[in-house]
Design a protein around this ligand. Structure first.
Ligand code: FE2
Length: 172
């Protein structure tokens, strides 16, 4: 059993790492966009996948000591373009533009924070290349959702990343 001291430390840690009001604002924007997606099958999958990837990005950022808020927000934006337009081709670049436009309008984030979010969205399809730590978190969060939803379905560029991730997370 944990001592009172370590429980306080855990509470403080969680408080510091808690998702912020900014995360909620972005989430509401993303969910509003996704609820307009047709057909319902795509809408539901969009809501499920985007929420899952955002949560996994938060988890991985905490494990790796990176910024969990920005990771979670990048997760929310990452496939928005694909679900809203129905276009998969170049959806990472399209999504980065969408994210930048909205982030520039809101004035919620610093220039550096916006660059980090937009950069992660922009590179997230490049699973065979290594970029900045936040970019890697988003790619891995996306792959983690693929692992959990389609076990054994790894092909091409995601295979090596999936294997490394399973090792890091101690998958049996
Ligand atoms: Fe994705």
């Amino acid at each position: 059993m944990k001592s009172a001291g370590s429980l306080t430390a855990v509470r403080l840690f969680l408080k510091e790492k808690m998702m912020t009001e900014r995360y909620e604002i972005v989430k509401n924007y993303i969910y509003d966009k996704l609820t307009a997606v047709e057909p319902p099958k795509s809408r539901n999958e969009g809501l499920r996948h985007i929420t899952a990837v955002s949560q996994y990005a938060i988890l991985l950022a905490n494990i790796r000591g990176e910024n969990a808020e920005l990771a979670g927000i990048a997760g929310l934006f990452h496939d928005l373009y694909a679900y809203v337009t129905g276009i998969r081709k170049e959806h990472a670049k399209g999504g980065a533009h969408m994210a930048k436009d909205w982030l520039d309008q809101t004035d919620l984030f610093t220039k550096e924070e916006k660059e980090a979010i937009v950069g992660a969205v922009y590179f997230h399809s490049e699973k065979g290349t290594v970029h900045l730590p936040l970019d890697e978190i988003l790619k891995d969060a996306d792959v983690l959702d693929h692992i959990l939803m389609n076990p054994g379905a790894f092909i091409g560029k995601e295979k090596e990343r999936a294997e490394k991730l399973m090792e890091e997370l101690h998958f049996a």
